[in-house]
Write a new protein. Structure first.
Length: 287
C-alpha cells in the first residue's frame, strides 16, 4: 500500500506531463485544429497524405537523416579517439578529461549562443583564423548561408555530444582486460591493430549505448537549432522537430504539426526498440 501511495504523485505527474500530451498529439493529428479554436473537424489521414507532396516535409526528412548520420559518425568516432588517448594517462589525463567533459555541463541554449559568436562573419573565431592563415576565400556567414547552416549547427551540437561519448567509452575501456591487449602486443600487433581487433569489439556494449543516445538526441534536437538558425535560412536547416514547432506554433496548423510529431515519435520508437533488442542480445551473449 505504501508503495502505491509514494508512487502516486510521480506517476500522476508523468501521466499529465508525458502520456496525456502524447495521446493528444495522436488525436489531433487526425484533425484540422489550429491550436486555439474550440471547434475543429476530423480529417482522417489527410494530414499524413499531405506529407507526400509537402516539399518542406521532404526537406525536413532529408535534414533529419543527414543529422542522424552525423550523430552516428562524429560523436562516436571522435569520442572513442579521445577516450583512447586519455585512458590511463595519469594526473594530466584527469585534467583533460575534465576539460573535454565541460560541454555536457552546459545547456544546448548556451552552447548555441557560444557557437553563434564563433560563427560571426565579422569577429567570429573561425573567420579570424581563416583570415590569419591566408584562407580568406573561405570566410563566410556560416549560419546565414543555406549551404553551410545545417552543417554548422550539427558541428556545434556534436561538440557537446562528443563529451557524452567520451565518458561512456572511458567507462567501457575499464572493462577491457589488460591481458588481452598485452597478449596482442606480445604477438606483434601494433597499437592500431590492437584497437581494431581487440578493443573495439569489446567496446560493442558501450558503442551501442553511444550510438543509440546520439541518434535519439539528434531526432529530438530543437533547442540548439532554434537558438542558432530557427530552421533557416530558407528552411535549409529544418529538421522534423523544428518543422513540428513551426507548423504548430508559427503557422497555427496544430493538426498538421501533431502529424509531424507522430512521425517523429514513431521514428524514435523504432530506434529505441532496436536499442533494447541489441541490449537483450548482448545480455544473452554474455550470460
Amino acid at each position: 500500500m505504501w508503495a502505491f501511495i509514494f508512487l502516486a504523485i510521480p506517476v500522476s505527474f508523468y501521466l499529465v506531463v508525458v502520456i496525456y500530451p502524447l495521446v493528444s498529439s495522436f488525436y489531433y493529428s487526425f484533425t484540422d485544429w489550429n491550436g486555439f479554436s474550440d471547434t475543429y473537424n476530423f480529417v482522417g489521414l489527410d494530414n499524413f497524405e499531405r506529407m507526400k507532396t509537402d516539399r518542406l516535409f521532404r526537406n525536413a526528412i532529408e535534414n533529419t537523416v543527414l543529422w542522424t548520420a552525423a550523430a552516428i559518425v562524429v560523436p562516436t568516432t571522435i569520442g572513442l579517439l579521445i577516450a583512447l588517448a586519455l585512458h590511463e594517462r595519469g594526473i594530466l589525463s584527469r585534467v583533460y578529461k575534465s576539460l573535454f567533459y565541460l560541454p555536457i555541463c552546459l545547456s544546448l541554449v548556451v552552447i548555441g549562443q557560444v557557437w553563434i559568436w564563433i560563427y560571426q562573419p565579422g569577429f567570429g573565431l573561425i573567420n579570424i583564423v581563416l583570415k590569419e592563415i591566408g584562407l580568406s576565400q573561405y570566410m563566410r556567414a556560416f549560419l546565414a548561408d543555406p549551404d553551410t547552416a545545417l552543417q554548422s549547427v550539427i558541428a556545434a551540437w556534436s561538440w557537446q555530444q562528443i563529451a557524452t561519448a567520451m565518458v561512456i567509452f572511458l567507462a567501457g575501456l575499464t572493462a577491457v582486460p589488460k591481458e588481452l591487449t598485452e597478449a596482442a602486443e606480445i604477438d606483434g600487433a601494433g597499437y592500431w591493430r590492437t584497437v581494431r581487433h581487440v578493443i573495439v569489439p569489446l567496446l560493442r556494449p558501450a558503442s551501442i549505448v553511444v550510438i543509440a543516445l546520439s541518434v535519439i538526441n539528434s531526432l529530438k534536437s530543437f533547442d540548439i537549432l532554434y537558438m542558432m538558425t530557427r530552421g533557416g535560412p530558407f528552411h535549409s536547416s529544418d529538421n522534423l522537430a523544428m518543422m513540428m514547432y513551426n507548423e504548430s506554433f508559427q503557422k497555427y496548423y496544430m493538426g498538421y504539426g501533431s502529424a509531424v510529431a507522430v512521425v517523429l515519435f514513431l521514428i524514435t520508437l523504432v530506434v529505441i526498440i532496436f536499442y533494447f533488442r541489441q541490449q537483450r542480445g548482448l545480455e544473452q551473449l554474455y550470460d
